[in-house]
Design a protein around this ligand. Structure first.
Ligand code: AMP
Ligand code: GLY
Length: 422
């Protein structure tokens, strides 16, 4: 079989490596891919947002099955376009990807169907938003409506900060058109859990739970990033919590999307907060998380291609999806200065796979002089072990053997989870 994976980061590298385990796979093309994954996929350089080029490539190369991984092409209708030319694809159509593409849509969906989330107000007029903030409970959370590379959320600790956030989104447009509408929501507290799930619109199959570490610095200091590391499973996500989430969040969401005529097929990501009042949805993503995928897929024991094809053709209930009882840790190595300003093109040498772990490459380029960095998040160093403690220790041992002078990483990935286990 000939496969293609749209996207080019660490998440895509993890998906590609897992798909390759199926002996029926002859070749995997990555669009665009990156130089660091060139041993695992043919990297085409085709932009992940260029829908016309994606469909043209799929047709010319007689692709048997496509996986669209990032949010942008999903929201732009890449799966619709591929299906129109007869190429089966994993991922939601645009009318379902809106669950991530618009925060206003997802908040209104949750309100309409009674799915637990932070209470909120929506504003498309700045003066009204500012007037609301005069008396709103503080701290509060301001979110740009549209996609903003995971950065469109500002947690305001004071009324001043909240008003500045609204002005910067609605007047200064720091997140572009995404900020024309904002959601102002209740500030919640509690441990966060990421639950990725497979769903074909009939059944929903949660994957093993995970925990992201979003801030750039140790002990959750510094700016929000796309994610600086992950562990799985998440110790806060007990069997009781899982059952509660299935009954009050996962199934109601699938049913709600069906009722709206927006059947969701693909990977639906539930970003949850376990508050003192119960689990609440913080966000939905219409795709695999990055870097959650880097710890979830190494623990998947079932063949990924089989699960993805069943998800796309509506027969997911016929495929038993199994995860191992082990634990995994991923430490992201990013370019110094990420997420603000950083250099690319810096040399690095990667260690070979060994008993400590292996590396998914998120941003790199092949040059005559070897591999160089390309982007903010550069590597995901992953270990799988019998216990979380061993996985964390091995991932850090492996990270220390990476030769990348312009890189930095957090030193406390997994620390909160390990403390919770004690
Ligand atoms: P998001 O981009 O929606 O994932 O939000 C980024 C991060 O902001 C989340 O992972 C949470 O840590 C935090 N956050 C978002 N919404 C809330 C909320 N209502 N209360 C507290 N923290 C939040
Ligand atoms: N790691 C969070 C995300 O993929 O949005």
């Amino acid at each position: 079989m000939k496969l293609m994976v749209v996207g080019g980061g660490g998440r895509e590298h993890a998906i590609i490596k897992k798909l390759k385990e199926n002996p029926a796979v002859e070749v995997i093309y990555a669009l665009p891919g990156n130089g660091g994954m060139a041993d695992d996929a043919v990297c085409t350089g085709i932009g992940a947002k260029d829908i016309a080029a994606i469909t043209a490539f799929a047709k010319e190369n007689a692709i048997d099955f496509a996986v669209v991984a990032p949010d942008d092409p999903l929201v732009l209708g890449a799966v619709d376009a591929l299906e129109e030319i007869g190429i089966p694809a994993f991922g939601p159509r645009a009318n379902a990807a809106i669950i991530e593409g618009s925060k206003v849509f997802s908040k209104n969906l949750m309100k309409k169907y009674g799915i637990p989330t932070a209470s909120y107000e929506v504003f498309d007029n700045m003066e009204k938003a500012l007037a609301y903030l005069e008396t709103a409970p503080i701290p509060t959370v301001i979110k740009a409506d549209g996609l903003a590379l995971g950065k469109g959320v500002i947690i305001a600790q004071t009324r001043e900060e909240a008003m500045d956030a609204v002005r910067s989104m609605m007047e200064d447009k720091i997140f572009g058109a995404s900020g024309s509408r904002v959601v102002i929501e209740e500030f919640l507290t509690g441990p966060e859990v990421s639950v990725l799930s497979f769903t074909d619109g009939n059944v929903v199959v949660p994957m093993i739970s995970s925990m992201d570490h979003k801030r750039a610095g140790d002990n959750d200091t510094g700016l929000n990033t796309g994610g600086m590391g992950t562990i799985a499973p998440n110790p806060y996500y007990t069997e009781d919590v899982a059952k509660l989430c299935m009954d009050t969040i996962f199934l109601p969401t699938i049913n709600a999307m069906n009722a709206e005529g927006r059947t969701f097929k693909g990977c639906l990501y539930f970003g949850l907060m376990l508050t003192p009042k119960g689990p609440r949805v913080i966000e939905y993503n219409c795709r695999f998380g990055d870097p959650e995928t880097q710890v979830v897929l190494p623990l998947l024991e079932t063949d990924l291609l089989t699960v993805m094809m069943a998800t796309a053709n509506g027969t997911l209930s016929e495929v038993p999806v199994k995860f191992s009882n082990k634990a995994a840790c991923c430490v992201i190595v990013a370019s110094k200065g990420y997420p603000v300003k950083y250099e690319s093109g810096c040399p690095m040498t990667l260690p070979a796979d060994d008993e400590n772990g292996f590396i998914y490459v998120a941003g790199a380029k092949k040059t005559e002089n070897g591999l160089v960095s390309a982007g903010g998040r550069v590597l995901g160093v992953v270990s799988v072990a019998d216990t979380l403690q061993e996985a964390v220790k091995a991932a850090y041992a492996k990270t220390e053997t990476v030769d990348f002078a312009n890189g930095f990483y957090r030193h406390d990935i997994g620390a909160r989870a390990l403390a919770a286990l004690k």
